[in-house]
Design a protein around this ligand. Structure first.
Ligand code: ATP
Length: 590
């Protein structure tokens, strides 16, 4: 039984530590480079003071205009070199970490049973894969920016204190108070930003739903209602974004004016002493330069702390996608192939043709309900057709999906030729088994691409599959035949054409077992008859859901489900004779 109990997210620093150790050299090079970059602004302040001290004739020995300018130029060049090396090292680290997190997320998602792969909508998953993996990788960069901002702020204040303790305290204390109040306001602004992001996500979700349900919306003639809903969400988003923008402009104005306020305070605190010569013009230059930079860095520091908190949220969202897998799996070390092709996967193990598929006591109950299938036992012999039938909601789809491992088994087992299948989700796939769902999913692209899904078209297999799927007559009406573009989700095809394209996709894989969920539900009577004629001619093992008498009559065995349990098994004639439910259902059927 699969556990999906949420696990507590470990502290962000533990994730960070594992990420740093994935590519430690790149991280260290980037950290040193950015540290030099951030500490460089300490130099112009000191050199500005030295320059004015030279002009006033009170410079330390060895300082001349030429030596001060030379130090500044050399420092500037060193800073350029540091930026270059830090950017290169950091880009390499960032790309690897983002790739690693995405790799680990996708790996976990693909290993889960199909129906449980995603805890949220596809849109939420995509934004976690894209934005949260980005925030996580960026956190490495913020960590050394944060360290540099701290060193800079303390270094700058220490230099100012060494010049004049009183002026430093008079200027810095009110300034730091203003900046702290600004930070508090920024935290509020952060919540406003979150609301605006939520509103944007709601708009994106509405657009996604519209794209997916475009056919249903048109059929129900509900375009106006859907557009009105989108407008309402957009209006909420507009208000949230305006509030967000106004707050952030007001805060930027506060932070950018602190340097001016600081210079004014310096003049007030040091004016008298400047007149007496105790406080030099060089000291004033040093104070004004550092005040500007220290206030900029204090603002930057607040931004970094918030970004760090956001990274924690990104980690929680990403670990939620892991659904019970230990959270540190997110940062497990795996090789990434950024400059070369990954090694070829091992050749698939030899596939043993199906002689018998045995289902023993199979149970799947949907979480928090008593719905599903219970204790289903049946044997599917090779070469025949087994039809699952039963009333709406009796568990037909659930049974097929549990056999395929798309729903986890909560009890029972499945045996292929007598051998227990440990992981049906990995085992019941081509070339052993192919499946067509009740509502098949097609991808944007051509009909040919949708059928082959990457298989080579050797010996014109696609043509054969199209014939078996009774799709040939339709292709004659498309200008580009098999190379017709079908639009997102196959929007340019009818429901029946979608089903038959999916059926052709199943045939082209030439599996030992075909599993079909009400394949003919969207077909007219003639097309359905042709399709079943093709299927019965294939002499392949079929497990299918159907309630059509024509199919039931030709089936080798019919399994009648009732409330998630097997009610009766036999031929159609036997069931009509022995089962009151079967008789009742087929008095009503066409
Ligand atoms: N994801 C789910 N979560 C909770 N309950 C579900 C879920 N999917 C199906 N069910 C319930 O499980 C039962 C069996 O559903 P299932 O889709 O297997 O029935 P079915 O026989 O295939 O129905 P139909 O003939 O309409 O296709 C139903 O009562 C259904 O409401």
């Amino acid at each position: 039984m699969t556990t999906t109990k949420p696990r507590a997210t470990p502290p962000t620093l533990r994730f960070l530590g594992k990420l740093i150790s994935y590519s430690p050299l790149r991280f260290t090079l980037a950290a040193v480079g950015w540290l030099l970059f951030h500490l460089w602004p300490l130099l112009p302040g000191v050199m500005g003071k030295a320059l004015f001290d030279v002009l006033e004739g009170r410079a330390a020995p060895g300082f001349t205009i030429v030596s001060v300018v030379a130090i500044l130029v050399a420092g500037g060049m060193a800073r350029c070199a540091a930026i270059l090396w830090a950017t290169m090292a950091y880009s390499g680290w960032y790309i690897r970490i983002r790739g690693l997190v995405q790799h680990n997320l996708l790996r976990t998602i693909f290993r889960r049973p199909g129906a449980q792969a995603l805890p949220g909508s596809a849109g939420e998953t995509i934004s976690t894969l894209r934005d949260d993996s980005d925030a996580i990788a960026m956190m490495g960069g913020w960590s050394f920016d944060m360290l540099a901002a701290l060193v800079f702020a303390f270094g700058g204040i220490a230099i100012l204190l060494s010049v004049d303790v009183r002026v430093t305290l008079v200027v810095m204390v009110p300034l730091i108070l203003v900046l702290c109040l600004g930070q508090l306001a920024r935290n509020r602004a952060y919540r406003v930003r979150e609301r605006s992001r939520e509103a944007t996500a709601n708009v994106t979700a509405a657009i996604e739903e519209m794209a997916v349900a475009v056919r249903a919306i048109k059929a129900a003639d509900r375009e106006d209602a859907v557009v009105a809903r989108l407008r309402a969400r957009n209006s909420v988003r507009k208000d949230a974004m305006i509030r967000d923008k106004v707050q952030s402009i007001a805060l930027d104005a506060l932070f950018s004016s602190t340097a001016g306020i600081g210079a004014g305070l310096t003049l007030l605190a040091a004016g008298g002493r400047m007149a007496s010569g105790d406080f030099s013009i060089g000291d004033f230059v040093l104070f004004s330069t550092y005040l500007m930079q220290v206030s900029e860095y204090t603002g930057f520091m607040g931004y970094l702390v918030r970004t760090y908190q956001q990274s924690g949220v990104a980690f929680s969202r990403a670990t939620a996608l892991l659904q019970g897998t230990p959270p540190l799996t997110l940062v497990d070390h795996h090789p990434l192939y950024l400059h070369s092709e990954p090694p070829a996967p091992p050749p698939p193990p030899a596939v043993e043709p199906l002689r018998e598929l045995r289902i023993d006591g199979l149970t799947h109950i949907f979480p928090h309900t008593d719905k599903g299938i219970r204790d289903v036992t049946l044997t599917i012999p090779a070469g025949g057709t087994t039809v699952i039938t039963g009333e709406i909601g009796s568990g037909k789809t659930t049974l097929l999906r549990a056999i395929l491992g798309l729903h986890p088994a909560h009890g029972g087992e499945i045996r292929w030729n007598g051998d227990v299948i440990d992981n049906p989700g990995e085992f019941m796939v081509p070339p052993r088994v192919a499946y067509t769902a009740q509502n098949p999913v097609l991808l944007s692209g051509t009909i040919r691409e949708n059928i082959l899904l990457g298989l080579p078209d050797e010996y014109n297999v696609v043509h054969q599959a199209v014939k078996q799927g009774v799709l040939l007559p339709d292709l004659q009406h498309f200008d580009d035949g098999l190379d017709t573009q079908i639009g997102v989700g196959g929007v340019r095809l009818s429901g029946g054409q979608i089903q038959r394209t999916a059926a052709a996709r199943m045939f082209v894989r030439q599996p030992f077992l075909l599993v079909m969920d009400d394949l003919s539900s969207a077909l007219d009577v003639d097309t359905e008859r042709d399709l079943w004629a093709q299927l019965f001619a294939l002499s392949v093992t079929c497990l299918t859901v159907s309630h059509r008498p024509a199919v039931l009559q030709r089936a080798d065995q019919v399994v009648l489900l009732k409330a998630g349990r097997v009610d009766a098994v036999g031929t159609f004639a036997e069931l009509l004779e022995n089962s009151e439910d079967m008789r009742r259902q087929h008095r009503r059927s066409p």
